[in-house]
Design a protein around this ligand. Sequence first.
Ligand SMILES: [Zn+2]
Length: 163
Amino acid sequence: MKFLADAMLGKLARFLRIFGYDTIYASDLIDHYHTNPVPDKKINEYAVRSNRIVITKDLQFYKEIKENAILIEGEGVYNYLNQLKRKLNLDYDFNMEKTRCSVCNTTLKKVNNKNSIEEFVKRETFKNYNEFFQCTNKRCQKVFWNGPHIADIIRKIQNMTEN
Ligand SMILES: [Zn+2]
């Protein structure tokens, strides 16, 4: 299942990527279409062409593209994740092997030689962790590791879905 997150849902896009869901954010299309903001019509066009479900908070837009979209309501990324879980049966099992880059949605690759990423992370992080993954997009190269920030996200998701 692939997604296209509408404007204002950038944080949700990042979270979906962390859990391995291929997610384009509407603002990522600004360069593609050379227009800002990207019109709804173009967003939907792109989603259809790349086989993505549009996630939107815009009721009007949703009504126009209902068969290809999910409407979410309220505020807060954990609330959104919970709505997607209920509506689409998503699971949020964290697995670094499946995680996509939260910045650019590209797949990650396990870092074989830790020294190669020393310049990309803070000194403390470099010392305290041995397993790193790196974005395979040459223009991005962001480095990821399974630190307390991930545990925190997982705990909040669990709390959200228990209620
Ligand atoms: Zn990246």
